[in-house]
Ligand binder design. Structure first.
Ligand code: GAL
Length: 638
């Protein structure tokens, strides 16, 4: 499938006087933008009072944009229920872990389980879809806005409790089966009816991990069904594709499952905010990358959402300059907005949309930049967007190629590791991300795949670190896989009902190994290996008849190999992972190229792209690359 690359922006016409709309649309078109997202926070202007609608303004905006050859992504406004909604449904709020309501006055103030709110959402989405479903300018939809953002997936409300009882009954059938599956004989936690089960907050000490896991699964399913409610309505009236805008490092719901009901996955990329806000890296690294962002974090999500979107994905919001919400909010190095945009395209994005068109001088995000300043003069990102728009004239079309390396990302493993980290700094996301980073240091392009992937054909290498429960389809695919598998630590370590499986882990196809016990390590503790590098954070004691690739320097098996599986009995640092991946690539004749620090590479069908995330000049492929520089060469297939 050929990808047609395009640019766009996020626009809030309800925040600006009508007289400005025409001028704005003209400037967008002149800049070379093709798409504009509107509407996702505009409920109070569409329906100022319950049941009384004001459509004129929205009709007009869509018409003006359309007349300027701009395609509209219409957002459903359900992330911002207006104030009158609270009068109708005073118990609409999600509840935090302490049972406190998360109240009106910002956004996302609703509980996914609230049936009254679900009905209100169905109603407003139906009005919108009926009115604009056949509008020629509405070329795509967005459901809600950033599910899970501001920690909103999990709610300990009354509505959630009732829905959870029902969910448990559907999953387990009888209370006896639930007691058995949860091991409730432990600490006399047995129930005699589903209605006796509480949500797993406010317990004296930790709740049963399987109770927590069930609640996490339930919470994720609520997001899936909430989204489904909207997509079903939209599809009745419109043939335009539907997207949702996901976030960086939000793991509380299963994005693959939400993605099943959508045609496009998209995400909101704020590289500088993320570096400060949600990435585990040392101070020096953060200092050196403060104006560029982490060289792998955006790419990781591009690859993840390409998988979630079954090939079709966008950046729905691209950081254009300083944001307002991170602990520090620097301006990007000149050139970075262009780099981020090209990087998204190199990973297969169809569209990159800048957030936002004009900086708002009022309310919560007044310190958040846009393509225009509040006085409508151009901000620095405007010229970079303009440069990309002209570069796109020659490079609008391209295609993805399947990578040689596949990496599984599994939301359930993230929940399981959150619930039972066993060591303070053990996060599933970080473990997977460490593998991703190591592969990227070797210049590899990577496909992230779902944990139920049943087809590994075309791959030479598969990585399944920390994958808590190996699904039946993936197990079958591994059994027939001709490439190499890198597994461990903690792979296949739990049953689906959160117990230690028998036979003991890792129990992988063809691998003779037993984990006798595990240890988590203090941050200062490093376990050196007989290959370059150390185990950090985590270590497993292995018994095996397999071949030993490396031991710890105290003589215990650290990395073993049996058939086509290598099992790593610890959390390898970057040196370990780069070493292993390089060797595995060599064995499978996958070409690697060691990247200079903070330079990354990605191949599309037609080009090989290089991106310089360093704040210094680098040399790559015999060429100088400036800080924030992007270069591309005609792709020579390897
Ligand atoms: C996103 C959100 C936008 C805006 C932006 C600011 O998370 O979807 O509405 O708040 O952040 O960076």
């Amino acid at each position: 499938m050929t990808i047609n690359r395009a640019l766009g922006t996020c626009y809030y016409p309800e925040q600006w006087p009508r007289e400005q709309w025409e001028q704005d649309a003209k400037r967008m078109a002149e800049l070379g933008l093709k798409w504009v997202r509107i509407g996702e926070f505009a409920w109070s202007r569409i329906e100022p009072e319950h049941g009384s609608f004001e459509w004129d303004w929205l009709d007009q905006v869509i018409e003006i944009l359309g007349q300027n050859d701009l395609k509209v992504v219409l957002g459903t406004p359900t992330a911002t229920p207006p104030r009158w909604m609270i009068d109708r449904h005073p118990d609409i709020y999600a509840a935090d872990k302490n049972g406190n309501p998360r109240k009106f006055g910002s956004r996302r103030h609703y509980c996914f389980s609230h049936l009254g709110y679900r009905a209100e959402c169905e109603r407003i989405v139906e009005f919108l879809a009926k009115r604009y479903g056949q509008n020629p300018h509405v070329a795509a939809w967005q459901t809600d806005n950033e599910y899970g953002c501001h920690d909103t997936t999990i709610s300990y409300s009354e509505a959630a409790l009732h829905a959870f009882w029902q969910w448990c009954e559907e999953r387990y059938g009888t209370i006896e089966a639930l007691n058995e599956a949860w091991g409730n004989v432990f600490w006399s936690m047995e129930y005699s009816s589903f209605e006796q089960i509480d949500l797993p907050n406010l317990t004296v000490t930790e709740a049963n991990p399987v109770h927590c896991m069930a609640f996490r699964r339930f919470s994720s399913d609520q997001v899936v069904s909430f989204n489904q409610l909207q997509t079903e309505v939209i599809k009745r009236y419109s043939g335009a594709p539907i997207a949702h805008n996901y976030m960086g490092r939000i793991t509380e719901f299963d994005h693959f499952e939400v993605g099943e009901d959508l045609e496009i996955a998209s995400w909101d990329s704020y590289p500088l905010g993320f570096l400060e806000d949600r990435i585990d890296a040392d101070e020096t690294f953060k200092h050196d990358h403060a104006r560029q962002g982490h060289p792998d974090f955006q790419a990781f999500h591009h690859d993840l959402y390409r998988a979630v979107g079954k090939g079709r994905w966008w950046v729905m919001e691209q950081q254009p300059g300083p944001v307002n919400w991170a602990p520090y909010n620097p301006a990007p190095l000149p050139g970075m907005v262009r780099l981020w945009t090209w990087e998204a395209f190199a990973h297969g994005a169809e569209n990159v949309m800048y957030f936002r068109w004009r900086q708002a001088p009022f309310a919560q995000e007044q310190m958040h930049s846009g393509l225009l300043r509040p006085d409508s003069e151009v901000a620095p990102a405007f010229d970079e967007a303009s440069q990309v728009a002209s570069e796109l004239e020659a490079l609008a079309e391209d295609d993805n190629v399947q990578a040689k390396v596949a990496l599984v990302f599994d939301y359930q493993s993230a929940w399981a590791t959150d619930i039972q980290p066993q060591g303070k700094h053990c996060h599933y996301f970080d473990l997977v991300f460490d593998h991703y980073r190591a592969a990227r240091k070797l210049g590899l392009s990577i496909d992230i795949i779902s944990p139920t992937c049943a087809d590994l054909s075309g791959y030479e290498l598969l990585m399944i670190p920390g994958l808590m429960t190996l699904s039946a389809p993936l197990r079958a695919a591994i059994e027939g896989f001709v490439g190499l598998v890198l597994a461990g630590p903690r792979t296949n370590a739990k049953t689906a009902e959160f117990s230690i499986p028998l036979p003991l882990p890792p129990n992988l196809p063809g691998l003779n190994a037993t984990i006798e016990y595990v240890e988590s390590l203090r941050q200062t503790a490093k376990v050196p290996l007989t290959i370059p590098g150390n185990f950090i954070k985590w270590r497993e004691q292995l018994a095996t008849t397999g071949q030993i690739v490396a031991t710890t320097t105290d003589g215990e098996p650290a990395i073993i190999e049996h058939g086509n599986i290598q099992y790593v009995a610890g959390w390898g640092d970057q040196e370990v992972l780069v070493y292993l991946l390089e060797n595995m690539c060599a064995k499978r004749k996958v070409a690697t190229e060691k990247m200079p620090n903070s330079v990354r590479r990605r191949d599309t069908k037609n080009h090989r792209f290089y991106f310089n995330y360093a704040n210094q000049q680098r040399t790559i492929a015999d060429r100088m690359i400036e800080p924030a520089g992007v270069i591309w060469v005609e792709h020579i297939s390897t």
